[in-house]
Design a protein around this ligand. Structure first.
Ligand code: 6PG
Length: 240
């Protein structure tokens, strides 16, 4: 059962989200001495990253991965790495060895292959085996996309690869690297953030019948926590 919480505004969404992330890190640290957390880009999680960046202790033993990246240089304003670095990595002084950047500058195919190798090496799985991240933080597009998995894309059918190159993203820039759906579904927890009325239909679709036309609806619901603001929150189910 998906846990959905709606808050009055974007600030309270970020507060709750930061608390959720810290708790997931704490639990993973207690159980396995390390927490593997994947972060998304886009505007919605930025405030959450700033709050996390103000509290380095809350990130102790966390290794930070990316759910997706745009195929641009790391200093590019469009880079998800740059977004996370400015809001979180820099302010918290996170050591480079704890950050696993997707090298978007390599291009979709080469960048995805390299990241697949790094995921397998660090998380210790062999070919064909799935990895288990502790937490994946996601935003959602108005079309229901998550990470860089877009409605109807062939990438949604991938069953074995951990990381995929995207050449034709409908959201600019077109070339991207993304974790695959099996990786998102295998994570111990998924935290999805949504703010603003433009996300209300996508959230309703996410909670509806699983369909490739709403990638968010394919996430593993029993491991999914959704924090929204009231503007994005789907109407409560009709108890008539
Ligand atoms: C990206 C993201 C993408 C994002 C959604 C929502 O790199 O673009 O990872 O999946 O989360 O598009 O974006 P906003 O938060 O900006 O609405």
């Amino acid at each position: 059962m998906t846990r959905l919480t709606s808050c009055p505004d974007a600030e309270s969404v970020a507060e709750r989200a930061a608390t959720h992330v810290r708790r997931a890190i704490e639990q993973a640290r207690a159980e396995r001495d390390v927490a593997h957390v994947a972060l998304s880009g886009g505007g919605t999680p930025q405030l959450t990253y700033r709050l996390l960046g103000e509290d380095p202790e809350g990130l102790r033993s966390a290794e930070l991965w990316f759910a997706d990246e745009r195929c641009v240089a790391p200093e590019d304003p469009d880079s998800n790495y740059r977004l996370v670095s400015d809001a979180l990595l820099g302010p918290a002084g996170i050591a480079a060895e704890r950050v696993h950047r997707m090298r978007g500058e390599l291009g979709p195919a080469a960048g995805a292959r390299e990241y697949e190798g790094e995921l397998r090496e660090r998380l210790g799985t062999g070919p064909g085996e799935l990895i288990t991240l502790d937490l994946v933080l996601l935003g959602i597009g108005p079309d229901g996309h998550v990470a860089s998995l877009f409605p109807g894309s062939a990438a949604l059918a991938e069953e074995h690869l951990l990381c995929l190159g995207v050449e034709d993203s409908p959201k600019p820039p077109p070339e991207r690297i993304t974790l695959s759906l099996p990786v998102l579904r295998a994570a111990r927890g998924c935290l999805l953030l949504a703010t603003g009325a433009s996300k209300a239909d996508a959230l309703a679709g996410m909670l509806g019948e699983p369909t490739a036309s709403v990638p968010a609806s394919l996430l593993r619901r029993e491991r999914l926590t959704v924090i929204t603001d009231d503007a994005a929150a789907p109407p409560p189910p009709n108890r008539g």
